[in-house]
Design a protein around this ligand. Structure first.
Ligand code: ZN
Length: 578
């Protein structure tokens, strides 16, 4: 059976257009998880790059044949008439422009007599209400009234949709509004008579920023004129305004840089939909991240992983059905209930409801841990079996949470799955795997990582590089010792790189350091440096790299080791903690 296909379009226009990319991305990711072929069309932009929008298609152009087809059919339907008059158009491509140089091709703008094609919007204005007022066409449902009210105030003057070009090959040059519609329709296979359009159009979602509701108005009129059925949905979300400490508006990109794209994604998607624009102060942003992400989700992940590390040697233990209690059944039921809700609410674009369903499962799992108190079930004793059951269940519940989060916070979801040891395992991280409880294999090895969402300290001097702050606990994990250079040799293949053998009084370390320019091999021999001694080893050109040394940058831009006085014994610990 061929895969189901969905097309999702985010219309350009205005600042809220960017925000629309996030709910569109959530829908695209959900459809992808459900096994659909998905295309997400959007104007390529910095925003999409920073937020790692999935399934994004470059290119956004309407096909010339669809433009001609539309103009001709609209004329036949009596919806379009032509009138010859003077237009300012591009001499080369025919695009109607009022600037000096054509914004499409850079050609010269001239005033010339041309045939203009006008659409009679007023013929359809009555029926648009009925069209847009039907159930589940405008999403989220809450926005339907807003859209209809705005459509009411749109001008009903005849609308220039295309100009006949005399010299170029292309017959009609569409204005922006028709051009965008032609792009959407050709992307869905319109006018290619193979039934593809009938299949794809009901699964085509059109995201309109509020600034572009006039497009929606015009498009619906065209659909009515040509008896084109309703698409899958017109999606329209209200905008979000972010204010910094000085109450000035800031870009979501800046916030994403400071607080991680995933948390800002979460913030937008978790915001309860309202008719009005939402405003967030930076304090509210911080509060929300700390409360929902650091405390509830982040703590749960840390807790589960450390309980399994501590009480089960880092392996998912085997549950024992005989020790099952009511709390286990409730947890299982809530977990099995969650993906269906997430799917339903993302499909209806009620993203905050989808997130609420996941938050509920997070809450239930946190309460399950408190009520079962695994730390009181002493390992090795007669409660060992019960302990195993509890630990298994919290790991499995975390799998449900992680997979359910995939459309909302892909990066965080991935990091949770990595810790559970199931990232990349399609059977355990697919949406359909959430149809069954208990798929997480016994003896899976869990791998703890650094904190998922570090707590943010409010009032840290406004928007700053929070992401660069590290926890003191993390600092304590780095071992630094004074080490003596036993030997130093140039690495032939890499200019400036030295292969050092260091000694910390107990063992030797092979270390690669790019310091040859400031410190030639002979100079280094016998010197004492600071060695970071507990790093994961790596290898370059067959040479082991078992640590790093502290270096500083000279004025000339070279790297130079930080040297330690000769009378300090090798092996002395170096730290920044007292
Ligand atoms: Zn041009």
């Amino acid at each position: 059976m061929p895969k189901k296909q969905a097309n999702i379009w985010v219309m350009p226009g205005g600042p809220t257009s960017e925000w629309q990319q996030l709910p569109a991305d959530a829908l695209a990711r959900l459809k992808g998880l459900l096994g659909w072929d998905v295309k997400l069309y959007l104007a390529p932009a910095e925003f999409a790059r920073v937020f790692k929008i999935g399934f994004a298609e470059e290119g956004y152009s309407g096909s010339a044949s669809v433009v001609s087809h539309l103009v001709t059919r609209l004329q036949q339907a009596g919806a379009v008439y032509k009138r010859t008059s003077h237009f300012t158009v591009c001499e080369d491509c025919g695009y109607p422009d009022s600037t000096q140089l054509c914004k499409k091709c850079g050609g010269k703008i001239i005033s010339a007599e041309r045939e203009g094609y006008y659409f009679r919007v007023d013929k359809y204005s009555e029926r648009i209400h009925e069209f847009l007022g039907s159930d589940n066409l405008v999403l989220p449902r809450l926005q339907q009234a807003y859209v209809l009210n705005n459509i009411n105030t749109m001008p009903i003057d005849d609308y220039l949709i295309a100009i006949k070009i005399s010299r170029a090959k292309q017959e009609f040059m569409p204005t922006d509004c028709l051009g965008a519609l032609a792009a959407v329709l050709s992307g869905s296979g319109y006018s290619v008579d193979d039934g593809g359009f009938q299949r794809l159009w009901p699964n085509t979602y059109l995201f309109f920023p509020r600034e572009s509701l006039n497009y929606m108005y015009f498009w619906c009129s065209v659909f009515l004129a040509l008896s084109i059925p309703q698409p899958g949905g017109f999606v329209c979300h209200s905008g979000i305004k972010l204010l910094d400490q000085r109450q000035q508006e800031v870009s979501p990109l800046l916030l994403a840089q400071n607080y991680s794209p995933d948390s800002i994604r979460y913030l937008l998607l978790a915001t309860k939909a309202t008719i009005e624009e939402n405003t967030y102060s930076e304090d509210q942003v911080i509060h929300r991240i700390n409360h929902d992400l650091a405390n509830e989700l982040g703590n749960l992940v840390t807790r589960v992983i450390s309980l399994v590390s501590h009480f089960a040697d880092g392996m998912v233990p085997s549950p024992n059905i005989l020790t099952r209690q009511n709390a286990d059944l409730e947890l299982r039921e809530r977990a099995l209930d969650t993906p269906g809700k997430v799917e339903k609410y993302i499909s209806s674009q009620e993203l905050s409801q989808a997130i609420k369903a996941i938050k509920n499962l997070i809450g239930v799992t946190n309460r399950f841990i408190v009520s079962t108190a695994p730390w009181q079930l002493a390992p090795g004793g007669n409660q060992q079996e019960r302990l195993n059951t509890v630990l298994y269940n919290i790991c499995e519940s975390l799998r449900f949470i992680a997979v359910s989060l995939k459309p909302i916070m892909p990066k965080a979801a991935q990091r949770i799955m990595e810790q559970l040891g199931i990232d990349g395992n399609n059977e355990l991280s697919s949406w359909s795997s959430l149809g069954q409880w208990g798929l997480l294999p016994v003896d899976s090895k869990i791998s703890p990582q650094s904190v998922l969402f570090p707590r943010i300290i409010p009032g840290y001097g406004g928007i700053g590089p929070y992401q660069d702050l590290i926890h003191r606990e993390e600092l304590a994990r780095i071992n630094m010792v004074v080490a003596r250079v036993l030997s130093a040799e140039l690495v032939a293949e890499f200019e400036g790189l030295l292969h050092l053998i260091l000694y910390d009084g107990r063992q030797r370390y092979s270390v690669l350091a790019p310091v040859a320019r400031s410190s030639p091999p002979g100079f280094l021999q016998g010197k004492k440096v600071v060695l970071l001694s507990n790093l994961m080893p790596s290898e370059t050109e067959g040479l082991k790299n078992e640590g790093e040394i502290l270096v500083l940058e000279t004025e000339a831009g070279d790297l130079k080791p930080v040297f330690i006085d000769d009378d300090i014994p090798e092996g002395s610990e170096v730290s920044c903690l007292n």
